[in-house]
Design a binder for this molecule. Structure first.
Ligand code: UDP
Ligand code: MG
Length: 331
């Protein structure tokens, strides 16, 4: 029935590599598909790469790409999509928070003809504060961005060949995968599952990283935040004109009233704040333009056991060549 590629970004996951391999293998013994696992080692500082290599030495089903430095999970996902050559790909985390027992169900969705089969988790076991923050975040962000970002929906999903091509055709450098997956649309099926806590190691998401990720989601898709700055400015301008007119009339009627400390300080502070926030948002967009114009590769490869370009051209069917030409960054 063909090969399914499993893409797994891994950063300091030495204790999870063997575990996740075993659990994926177990699932596939029940299925009519073959599988390959494509580990993306995001320059781990522990023994993750050695663990992957040990597996790769034992079975050709394990492939890996190892980055020259830590480029982040988004770059790892991109590398995975560019290298995997199964007829469909499944993206999952290395920490077993994306339960492998859902693989058969994802594949069932694929057989039904869906291009994206998405696993959606609930937030059981998370702290109330985090739950509250994320649900309000999604409520706000969905009003602003023009793609739908759903709570509990992440990278854990199956993408058909067509969907992979679509995601790879979006060649922005600053990638926000969650939004890109939503942006491409296509037929989708959602599978719900219970939140699983991390098996080994610890999360790489600090509060500030989460905050930045949230901000990325907000401004990656359109210029609506800039519009909001504009409308806020326009609204304040109107209010100021009305206020000035009223004050002027009062002066005409009853002369200049000297005390005005509160009004002045409030006006200066609020206006100053709004201006700084607006400048920050504009700056963020300019920053993105700056990075995009540099056209730097999103990642560099230190080491891989995927075949190199020349071998692809000689031995592989056309589809592999096309995938290769999508721009792999070999050092
Ligand atoms: N990850 C990565 N590069 C990084 C940080 C994380 O490839 O710089 C991988 C990590 O190994 C894991 C996945 O991304 O497989 C999700 O990371 P994590 O579990 O820390 O995130 P969380 O589940 O807490 O959102
Ligand atoms: Mg995790």
């Amino acid at each position: 029935m063909g090969t399914i590629s499993i893409i797994i970004p891994a950063y300091n996951e030495e204790d999870n590599i063997q575990l996740i391999y075993e659990s994926i293998k177990k699932e596939f013994t029940k299925l009519a598909y073959d599988f390959e696992i494509c580990f993306i080692n995001d320059a781990s500082t522990d023994h993750t790469l050695e663990k992957i290599k040990q597996l790769a030495a034992k079975t050709p089903k394990v492939k890996f790409v190892s980055f020259s430095r830590n480029f982040g999970k988004e770059a790892a996902l991109l590398a995975g999509l560019q290298h995997a050559h199964g007829r469909a790909v499944i993206i999952m985390d290395a920490d077993l928070q994306h339960p492998p027992f859902l693989i058969p169900e994802l594949l069932r969705g694929y057989e039904e003809g869906f291009d994206q089969v998405i696993a959606r988790r609930n937030r059981n076991g998370e702290r109330t504060m985090k739950k509250l923050l994320s649900s309000s975040y999604y409520r706000i962000v969905n009003k602003i961005v023009d793609v739908k970002l759903e709570d509990g929906v992440g990278d854990f999903r199956l993408l058909s060949e067509k969907a992979v091509r679509a995601v790879l055709s979006l060649n922005e450098g600053q990638r926000f995968s969650k939004g890109l997956f939503s942006w491409i649309g296509m037929s989708q099926k959602i599978i719900d599952y219970d939140n699983v806590l991390r098996e080994n190691g610890e999360t790489k998401w600090s509060f500030s990283k989460l905050l930045n990720y949230g901000f990325d989601g907000l401004i990656s898709f359109n210029n609506r935040p800039l519009r909001i700055c504009f409308y806020t400015g326009a609204m304040i301008l109107c209010l100021s004109i009305i206020y000035s007119a009223v004050t002027f009339m009062q002066i005409l009627n009853s002369g200049i009233d000297v005390p005005g400390y509160f009004t002045i300080v409030t006006a200066v502070l609020i206006l100053g704040g709004i201006q700084l926030v607006s400048l920050g948002i504009i700056g963020e967009y300019i920053g993105r333009i700056y990075y995009e114009t540099k056209k730097r590769p999103p990642y560099l490869i230190q080491e891989t056991n995927f075949m190199n370009g020349a071998q692809y051209e000689k031995n592989q069917p056309r589809i592999y060549q096309i995938r290769h030409n999508r721009g792999n960054q070999y050092l």
